[in-house]
Design a binder for this molecule. Sequence first.
Ligand code: F0G
Length: 352
Amino acid sequence: RQPWRGLIEQYREYLPVSEETPVVTLLEGNTPLIPVPAIAKRIGRQVNVFVKYDGLNPTGSFKDRGMTMAISKAKEAGAKAVICASTGNTSAAAAAYAKRGGMKAFVLIPDGYVALGKLAQALLYGAEVLAIEGNFDEALEIVQKIARNYPVTLVNSVNPYRLEGQKTAAFEIVDTLGNVPDWLCIPVGNAGNISAYWMGFCEYHQDQKCDRLPKMLGFQAAGSAPLVKGERVMHPETIATAIRIGNPASWEKAVAVKSASMGNFYAVSDEEILDAYRLLASTEGIFCEPASASSVAGLLKVKDQVPTGATVVCVLTGNGLKDPDTAINHSNPQFKKGIKPNINAVAKAMGF
Ligand code: F0G
């Protein structure tokens, strides 16, 4: 058995790289497609449900797929520094891959709205972290202008190499299932990932690696749902800070995916997100971050539309360890404190 060499080596023929491209990799990709029978059971009839657990990537999110490509291509072009705006995961991935490639990383984050683990990562990887008094949408506008005027390469998903890398998740799903799922449920923030998955499924379909295309269902947090509303949200809000975005950069691409796949966008409330987040952990043993749980929350919300016998894949974009504050504040039950250090006290606290 060949050891895994990262997604660029695995899918080289589908990616815009050449022998000259210096591959910057942390051996990302090859993440598990895990059956989730307790979630499937809630749908109420025979349905196969899997989660694509991309939180197991090297920096804990799907962003590593895009970043191995974006950073390798930046290095190939001779870049010395990269920049991104981020709700946290992009900044962690950009920082890790830039440093591995010997480059400087500048990251703009919305002050106070980045989960603790993500901030810790960007800082420890040694990025220049710039917290702005504004939201992600404002940060993205600024970094696009900075990249036009200064010698830094933009590595947000408007950089086309990002989506090229991220499309490999679709390849992995087809390689594992032997075909496409009937439905793909995915969280949507800046709308890059849904566009990347669709690109991947279409390329594999053209190559006859699958015999049809999936229905693409994108889920946004109710307070940050521009694609559902059909208009920019000026002040996006949600507990799922990763997708706290009001003006997605890949808006047109995502709308095209919806119509081509006969899919749809739906909003899920923070309560629905938290319910799915707890359910995944407490019934399936899978810890994802809140934004990721929106794919499962969404599936449960539209469960009556799932055809009997269908295969559904929900994308879990990020690891639960990214956001320990939300886990601790919204876990159920709370832990018991102040127990005396003896057997009787502990046994009593255990309910014996
Ligand atoms: N899930 C997680 C965990 C994310 O971090 C993001 C985006 C998404 C879903 C949405 O993906 O933007 O391609 O539609 N995070 C970006 C960031 C915005 O800065 O880390 P999308």
